[in-house]
Design a protein around this ligand. Structure first.
Ligand SMILES: NC(=O)c1ccc[n+]([C@@H]2O[C@H](COP(=O)([O-])OP(=O)(O)OC[C@H]3O[C@@H](n4cnc5c(N)ncnc54)[C@H](O)[C@@H]3O)[C@@H](O)[C@H]2O)c1
Ligand SMILES: O=C(O)[C@H]1O[C@H](OP(=O)(O)OP(=O)(O)OC[C@H]2O[C@@H](n3ccc(=O)[nH]c3=O)[C@H](O)[C@@H]2O)[C@H](O)[C@@H](O)[C@@H]1O
Length: 405
């Protein structure tokens, strides 16, 4: 990969931005910080309650970027330093949220507060201080597809207009209030509407990102190793945990739901384009036709996903089983998967998105971005990481008699 040229199209140095990144210690934040440090001149004020996933960037303080990243241990629910940090920055990126399905119906209040109430001051401070905001929403705001309401054998289900999700025209279809799964999507939708309204009425410069199942190293945690034993992370970490422990992978309600998975590193390229289109074009192309232009991202909502990587959850389980066997050298189990009801796995109130195919027209037109990595390739590099990082720790944990530390 070419290293980034830190000059603009006229050969002048690019003005380094100061970025206030809230939730920088999470999965996406850690990859975005890594990319910004390695390939741009920008500075990051990294805000989070945890920093384990970015420790490698903060230490040692002799690292080449040591003066460009600063960690602030802040809970944005109650910390008066937030406004000052947003004021110090040119751009705020808000990633902070509770975003794990196991939490949506077991901790619906925390979920709604985290995704709506706690984001309100961030939007307000950006708007009042004339600062640009990139806010992370979710593909879950689309909810269920229109096609899912058609009879199972309806030929219309095959028509893209009944399932492809478009930022500017698809409706947002959630289940009933008892299906608390949708509390997350609903809170995210309302904060999107508020940001959009701040743009329309008060001139807030914003970009909204709707990630479609970004996966890769450092996503969530492995229960009992670097997270709670009873915790339920997102599907990549659930299945990785099962594979590492040589247990069957659990298919919720038969694993019929469909998802499109994108490699985190592809998705981070898209975010970098939103931050500063110019820099990335210089790094990757010889094409000098495009101009530096955060304006190409301003006022837009972007789907960021890989429509070519669609599988059912059952197919994902089968592929992960095969890939893990290849990278670990261990044979697959005779019975690699087991079905489980959503009630047993997540509790009452669970519901699911049936299918998530992102329409790519807007991001293509505005940023010229496309995902690159196939599902097999991204699983191979991610499961190699999981095996290298966790296999020994799991062996030790399994070898210990129960109740010992
Ligand atoms: N990973 C995906 O594919 C995906 C998909 C859709 C949406 N998103 C959205 O992207 C964002 C980041 O997702 P992620 O996968 O990196 O999740 P993550 O849980 O790994 O990261 C979120 C980070 O925010 C921090 N945080 C939460 N509340 C905070 C608070 N009150 N104060 C300070 N820090 C706080 C957490 O400690 C965590 O480090 C979220 O808004 C999520 O809804 C992610
Ligand atoms: O990543 C995203 O784009 C969004 O989707 C996720 O929602 P979901 O895809 O349902 O979450 P996963 O936990 O990754 O589950 C995917 C599918 O696998 C199933 N699953 C999960 C875990 C498991 O062990 N077995 C299993 O069959 C779930 O029921 C679901 O159908 C989360 O809501 C968010 O992080 C995010 O907004």
């Amino acid at each position: 990969m070419a290293s980034a040229a830190r000059v603009d199209l006229d050969g002048k140095p690019i003005k380094p931005l100061t970025i206030c990144m809230i939730g920088a210690g999470g999965f996406i934040g850690s990859h975005l910080c890594e990319k910004l440090m390695a390939e741009t001149p920008h500075k990051v004020l990294a805000l989070d309650v945890y920093n384990d996933k970015i420790k490698h960037l903060l230490e040692p303080d002799t690292a080449e970027w040591a003066d460009r990243i600063q960690f602030h241990r802040i809970n944005i629910k109650h910390d008066s330093r937030l406004e000052g940090l947003i004021k110090m920055a040119d751009l705020t990126i808000n990633l902070a949220a509770i975003c794990t399905p196991a939490d949506y119906n077991t901790r619906p209040l925390d979920t709604i507060y985290s995704n709506f109430i706690d984001a309100l001051p961030v939007v307000k401070y950006c708007s009042e201080n004339g600062k640009r905001l990139i806010h992370f929403s979710t593909c879950e705001v689309y909810g269920k597809t229109i096609g899912s309401f058609l009879p199972k054998d309806s030929p219309l289900r095959q028509e893209p207009e009944y399932y492809v999700l478009k930022e500017d025209s698809s409706p947002c279809i959630f289940g009933s209030i008892e299906k608390q799964r949708w509390s997350y999507a609903c809170a995210k939708q309302l904060i999107e509407r508020l940001i959009y309204a701040e743009g329309a009425e008060n001139g807030l410069e914003f970009t909204i990102v709707r990630p479609f199942n970004w996966i890769g190293p450092r996503m969530d945690f492995i229960p009992g190793i670097d997270g709670p034993s009873e915790g339920v992370p997102r599907v990549l970490a659930c299945f990785s945990n099962n594979l590492l422990r040589r247990e069957p992978l659990k298919l919720v309600d038969g694993g019929e739901s469909q998802r499109t998975f994108i490699y985190i590193k592809d998705a981070i390229e898209a975010v970098l384009l939103m931050i500063c289109l110019h820099l990335v074009l210089l790094a990757y192309n010889d094409d000098n036709s495009s101009q530096e232009n955060p304006a190409r991202a301003n006022g837009h909502i972007f789907n960021v996903g890989n429509p070519n990587n669609e599988v059912t959850v059952r197919q994902l389980a089968e592929m992960m089983t095969e890939v893990y066997s290849k990278v670990s050298g261990e044979p697959t189990l005779d019975v690699p998967t087991v079905d489980i009801s959503s009630k047993e796995f997540y509790g009452v109130g669970y519901d699911d998105s049936d299918k998530r195919i992102p329409d790519m027209t807007i991001i293509n037109r505005q940023l010229g971005w496309n995902p690159k990595t196939s599902l097999w390739d991204l699983l191979e590099s991610t499961l190699t990481y999981q095996h290298r990082t966790y296999a020994e720790a799991i062996k030790k944990a399994i070898a210990k008699p129960a109740g010992t530390n």
